[in-house]
Design a protein around this ligand. Structure first.
Ligand code: G4P
Length: 541
């Protein structure tokens, strides 16, 4: 009998893709801190054979920025990149797991990373349900209709009632839920799950090893095997609850999952390796292979022959002696080979990519090629900017990586006034990296720094001091928000700028920005200039 999983596997939409592309699953995990993202990541890598011992990711997580030694190239170049993308094989698939930064301040970095994935796994703590950060990240996924598989973690602890959890997801996120597995008990009484998509009984007691067994194939919930393997009351409860769940929830519909309107839900316990195999099988079977990526000119299909990709993340060298940085490029199409020449569309320059950092090999050595769906890291000295498009020659501009107007603005100055120039350079580089928005008012000598979350100021102060040797002070400003300004007619924009110099600044790329002191000031500025557009986001040029 073919299961839902087999049927979905036959319809992943991968038929028209070259086989190496069809195999790829590029995804991220979204969750609130402490729900178990690190633990689950580690278990996924364990199943994929990418790491041997549980505990490796956690240990590294603490020292992530300082000294990770995953790759030879990292040691040689003194950079830390591998934790940003983790590639592993499992079954017939190659998985690219993109790391989303963990702290609570919603960061643009996370947003941009989510533009580079084709699907997401949402991890929820079974006791806490949907938490603030999960919700924000979910909203970002929803903007792009990213399909989501849900993993309810920590079922080995006292959890909320399973029905209530499903209802909470459905109501809080306005997302249809359908159980992919059903838990048998919870907390100390947690015995395992019944895999509803493959009709298998998966027992916790058999899942303790590094590679838990495949579970017991059952002939539906009435199979007497269940009575033999579980205590009477547990089987009765399972049958009753599944019947109720089937009555209350819609059945799994592959197309609805792919549109991002339905999420299959797995229950598990990452720390016990439990439910991880089912989750991986689910991603392999349901999650999309590389999806088409929107560019201003056209949609770029993963099956296109020519290489095209976009920079979604820049990571600065953590070694202050070197100023090079890694640009992370998501390949949208084509078959990339080391040494290839790619056109940087923004500047029209040809770049020979001789030292791409690739994360394909299981042993994390440099690999020689990459396919649509993969992420390559390109070391450079600030040539590549966030949002840059690279192609084999075509004029393409990928969309969906906007810069956001900052919500918090502060003035920054060096403690030592003689270091003003150094500060300027540091700010420019940090702005290119996307770590902050930096504005230079047209009148005055101050630098204004804008961020989305308050914690970013602390991180920035620390980085400017340690990486650029410039101790700085952040101070309150009169500014409330910033808006990029543009007009169809250059003369109108110029007239506006001339009239409003006292309220205008330039961002790090020289684009004019209106600095508003309060909501009224912003409104007044807009009302006085009907030909000028005030933009809260700006797409890369
Ligand atoms: P995060 O990356 O989402 O922030 O979460 P992380 O994996 O670090 O997990 C947060 C805490 O939850 C950790 O405990 C971890 O061991 C625990 N945890 C993760 N999965 C499970 C699970 O399935 N069951 C139970 N009972 N606990 C789980 P900690 O005490 O904060 O850290 P540690 O001392 O265990 O490393």
């Amino acid at each position: 009998m073919s299961t839902a999983l087999d049927r979905a596997a036959g319809s992943t939409g991968a038929a028209e893709l070259p086989p190496p592309v069809a195999r790829r699953r590029t995804f991220a995990i979204i969750s609130h801190p402490d729900a178990g993202k690190t633990t689950l990541t580690e278990k996924l890598l364990l199943f994929g054979g990418a790491i041997q011992l549980a505990g490796a990711v956690k240990a590294r997580g603490d020292q992530r920025r300082a000294h990770s030694d995953w790759m030879k190239v990292e040691r040689e170049r003194g950079i830390s990149v591998a934790t940003s993308v983790m590639t592993f094989d499992y079954g017939d698939c190659t998985f690219n797991l993109l790391d989303t930064p963990g702290h609570e301040d919603f960061s643009e970095d996370t947003y941009r990373t989510l533009t580079a994935v084709d699907s997401a796994v949402m991890v929820i703590d079974a006791a806490k349900g949907i938490e603030a950060q999960t919700r924000k990240l979910f909203e970002v996924c929803r903007l792009r209709d990213v399909p989501i598989i849900t993993f309810i973690n920590k079922m080995d602890r006292e959890a909320q009632d399973s029905f209530e959890l499903l209802q909470e997801i459905e109501e809080t996120l306005a997302l249809e839920v359908t159980p992919a597995s059903w838990p048998i008990g919870m907390g100390r009484q947690f015995r395992g799950c019944y895999d509803l998509l493959r009709d298998r009984l998966i027992l916790l007691e058999r899942s303790k090893g590094e590679r838990p067994d495949e579970g017991e194939a059952c002939d539906g919930l009435e199979d007497p095997k269940l009575d033999a393997l579980l205590p009477d009351h547990a089987v009765a409860q399972l049958r009753e609850e599944v019947e109720m769940a089937r009555g209350l929830c819609p059945s799994f519909e592959f197309d609805r999952y792919r549109e991002g309107t339905q999420t299959p839900v797995y229950f598990g316990s990452a720390i016990n390796n439990f439910g991880v195999r089912e989750l991986l099988d689910g991603i392999a079977a349901f999650a999309p292979p590389p999806r088409p990526q929107p560019a201003a000119e056209r949609e770029v299909a993963a099956s296109d022959k020519k290489v095209a990709g976009f920079v979604f993340k820049i990571q600065a060298n953590m070694d202050p002696k070197h100023r090079d940085r890694i640009a992370f490029v998501r390949l949208a199409s084509g078959h990339f080979k080391r040494g290839m020449k790619l056109k940087q569309v923004r500047t029209g320059k040809q770049l020979a990519i001789h030292n791409p950092v690739l994360f394909l090999a299981r042993d994390r050595e440099l690999a020689e090629e990459a396919w649509a769906g993969d992420v390559i890291g390109i070391p450079n000295h600030g040539v590549l900017h966030l949002g840059d498009t690279l192609t084999e020659g075509e004029e393409l501009h990928f969309r969906g990586l906007p810069a956001f107007a900052p919500e918090l603005l502060q003035k920054v100055r060096p403690i030592d006034p003689l270091k003003a120039k150094h500060l300027g350079r540091a700010l420019e580089q940090l702005a290119q990296e996307g770590a902050a928005r930096v504005f230079k008012p047209m009148i005055g000598a101050d630098w204004i720094v804008g961020v989305v979350g308050g914690l970013q100021f602390d991180v920035l102060a620390d980085r400017i001091r340690t990486e650029y040797d410039v101790p700085v002070i952040f101070e309150a400003t009169q500014y409330y928000t910033a808006r990029w300004v543009e007009a169809d007619e250059p003369a109108k924009l110029k007239a506006f700028i001339d009239r409003n110099k006292a309220n205008l600044a330039e961002d790090h790329e020289g684009f004019p920005v209106f600095m508003a002191r309060n909501a009224w000031h912003l409104q007044d500025g807009q009302d006085g200039a009907p030909d000028v557009r005030f933009l809260a986001t700006r797409e890369p040029v």
